[in-house]
Design a protein around this ligand. Structure first.
Ligand code: NAD
Length: 359
């Protein structure tokens, strides 16, 4: 029996967590779930959005399946998702984007993987609020040491990119490419403008690439990369990016394969892994048993593979693919008409996937 932490999340989180759990259980994977909470719902009850028990459980088990968590915009409430990744040093975010037959999309043959650095960049959480004493002190220091002047009405976010973290993530991307028998790694940056951060990223990417002569390496400037992914996605394979570009391009690539409902993900470190969908907590659909559970279920497929339970993973992925290809027992977002009355709910789509595994 394998111990796995299940984090319920908030918004649509608990519904898709339940749907996913029953699909995983139906594979026969023999998982012992430690069910935990995080997010707005538990904060309202206890005052703490990320209980110690949740972190302790993930640390103990080393593997978690996590439903989405809301991050309110423009408040003092920092992202729990970011905090969790930093606390557990889950430095890599892996997001495979693959076309499945039956999914409505402009593209039909996408198979690429985003590898996003998870701990640094503008997401490191080093921010200075407009008007604070610290911020004024920092602005005064910057104005004294730089030709460009910053006004006292500015807020400031710091963008650290280090050799150590870049080496780790680019190495992860190459190791992943080798393990999964992929052919090419593309490193994405804006080194022409941000020479000391993205420039460093590119330099380190090139150094790491030299250790993998069996895998092709190239780099792309991030804006060009966006256009290329829309025009010629078939040219790309494994794409490694700093945190912010990785976040944005993950959603772009999710769009290539039919949207957020189809995009799984994993945050992986040297001592553990948290598997979660790319999408968020979609609060407006909370409690309606309406949204698509596929992204979290495909994240669970990644988790089963990570745990070495490959036959269970294949069984679940094949059942998901079959249900989607049939197009009958799927949620509203997968129907040609979003108001189609034959669309099923979150839980019923999971039941159809389970029935497929048994058939
Ligand atoms: P979102 O992904 O929650 O939702 C955007 C829209 O995408 C929804 O309104 C819905 O139309 C669609 N959508 C999302 N998931 C779907 C699903 N499973 N099935 C069908 N349609 C789906 O993005 P948002 O509205 O920008 O974010 C809501 C909250 O989630 C924010 O607080 C954000 O910070 C948080 N968030 C959390 C995570 C995470 O927990 N890892 C990731 C992204 C966003």
């Amino acid at each position: 029996m394998t111990n796995v932490t299940l984090v319920n999340g908030d918004g649509i989180g608990p519904e898709i967590a339940q749907a996913t759990k029953k699909c995983v259980d139906a594979t026969g994977a023999d998982i012992n779930w430690d069910i935990t909470e995080a997010g707005i719902d538990i904060m309202e009850k206890t005052g703490n959005p990320l209980p110690e028990e949740t972190i302790a459980s993930i640390k103990k088990n080393g593997v978690a399946l996590k439903a989405p968590i809301t991050t309110p915009v423009g408040t003092g409430f920092r992202s729990i998702n970011v905090h969790l990744r930093q606390t557990l040093d889950l430095y890599s975010c892996l997001r495979p984007c693959k076309s499945y037959e039956g999914v409505r999309s402009r593209y039909s043959d996408i198979d690429l993987v985003i590898v996003r650095e998870n701990t640094e960049d503008l997401y490191a959480g080093i921010e200075f609020q407009k008007g604070n004493d610290d911020t004024t002190e920092l602005i005064n220091w910057l104005n004294a040491h730089s030709k460009r002047k910053i006004g006292n009405d500015a807020g400031i976010s710091i963008k650290p990119i280090s050799v150590a973290a870049t080496e780790k993530i680019v190495t992860f991307a190459f190791d992943y490419a080798r393990k999964m028998k992929r052919k090419k790694v593309t490193s994405v940056h804006k080194a022409n403008i941000m020479k000391f951060t993205d420039g460093l990223w590119l330099e380190v990417s090139r150094e790491v690439a030299k250790k993998y002569p069996d895998i092709e390496f190239e780099d792309r400037i991030v804006d060009n990369m966006c256009m290329q992914l829309i025009q010629k996605p078939e040219l790309y394979d494994v794409i490694v990016l700093p945190n912010l570009y990785g976040d944005i391009l993950s959603d772009l690539c999710a769009g290539l394969v039919g949207g957020l409902g189809m995009a799984p993900g994993a945050n992986i470190g040297d001592n553990g892994a948290v598997f979660e969908a790319t999408h968020g907590s979609a609060p407006k659909y909370k409690g309606q048993n309406k949204v698509n559970p596929t992204a979290l279920i495909l994240s669970a497929v990644m988790m089963l593979n990570y745990l070495g339970k490959h036959s269970e993973a294949d069984k679940l992925e094949n059942a998901v693919a079959a249900v989607i290809a049939e197009g009958k027992d799927v949620t509203y977002d997968m129907k040609p008409d979003r108001n189609d009355p034959t669309a099923v709910g979150t839980s019923e789509m999971a039941d159809a996937i389970i029935a497929k595994m048994k058939s």
